[in-house]
Design a protein around this ligand. Sequence first.
Ligand SMILES: *Cc1c(COP(=O)(O)O)cnc(C)c1O
Length: 419
Amino acid sequence: MTTTHLDCRALDTADALRPLRDLFVLPAGVTYLDGNSLGPLPRATAARVAKAIEDEWGRGLIRSWNDAGWFDLPQRLGNRIARWIGAGQGEVVATDTTSVNLYKVLSAALSIAAQDAPKHRLVVSERSNFPTDLYIAQALCAERGYTLKLVEAGKIPHALAEGVAVLMLTHVNYRTGAMHDMAAVTSNAHAAGALAIWDLAHSAGAVPVDLRAAEADFAVGCGYKYLNGGPGCPAFAWVHPRHADRFWQPLAGWWGHAAPFDFTPEYRPAPGVARYLCGTQPVLSMLALECGLDTLDAALPHGGMQALRAKSLALTDVFIALVEQRCGDASLSVVTPREHARRGSQVCLARAEGAYAIVQALIARGVIGDFRAPDILRFGFTPLYTSFEDVWNAVEQLRQVLASEEWRRPEFNQRNAVT
Ligand SMILES: *Cc1c(COP(=O)(O)O)cnc(C)c1O
């Protein structure tokens, strides 16, 4: 059965989440399918940050650390993120970047493994994991005398066979959109005597996550993707309470001290996840992240993650179906798994020739996705604001770009620094 433009409009009319689109500033003429790289600007953010600058910083000055509640922002936002990732209250802090948080949790995990399973000397990850995750793991393995073993996704159970200290994976693959079964993989890791660290960069706010039910050990995630916190806003870290007090994280700064304002010369880590803080936090960015979390929480009365997930799967199903029905391009293949349980909230297409240029031609037509080397066209679908009409339009523009071969024009073939 084919899907028509009218079908897409009917799906929008029936969509209970549709009013949430108004929470965002989305420029006219833009179909934004890149919220998995940088979430769009919530309407409330500019005024909130302006107030923080003018009133809280401008007039409140240093008093605002107490009076405006700046000091406990990492915990307050962490507690709000917790509900979207199946974590408990007091288990999450919003802080630093995903890369830095990964360094902290992997270091702590290696310290635990050194004590509980000293003969296990491998860290296992997926070869197609996001590079920063792999670079951080390489650095820490070199520092601590471990070996990083990279395997294809299908080979993870096999790789767990012996001597694995830590399995470190990204839940939803940034390139392909393929999603791991967190509970099953974590359980396999534990059975092999390994700890499991999950990167939720493409999961938090995008797909159902239940860290506690999966019995995961550590997790990190990103604030500026599906949490809509703005460019470079803080990421987050979660540590299972069974591990939180066992080791220091390596960046033992004063914000992770049990009593930072005692100014004692000796480090004494704060109880629980608070020790995963390091230094003074970027308050303005954190307030922007708070506005991003408001946009997600606005989905709660409409069914929360269950409703978001149902719409995300419908959007990605329609996109896949339309690409196949309408683009008529045999060299374009769908890389993202069709099975719902294995799909994140994005769809990736592969094309051996012209993938970068096709994305540039689409951007020139107002359809913003992105290119991921070497051959991936990546489209993120965010049920808070993506409509079925957006999906129709994106595929229609893609069809035209392919049919006209417009992507061959020289201006679409020049590489920018950020793809
Ligand atoms: C986006 C992303 C990051 C980003 O890390 P930063 O430290 O914010 O630059 C890390 N890991 C994964 C899997 C990502 O998708």
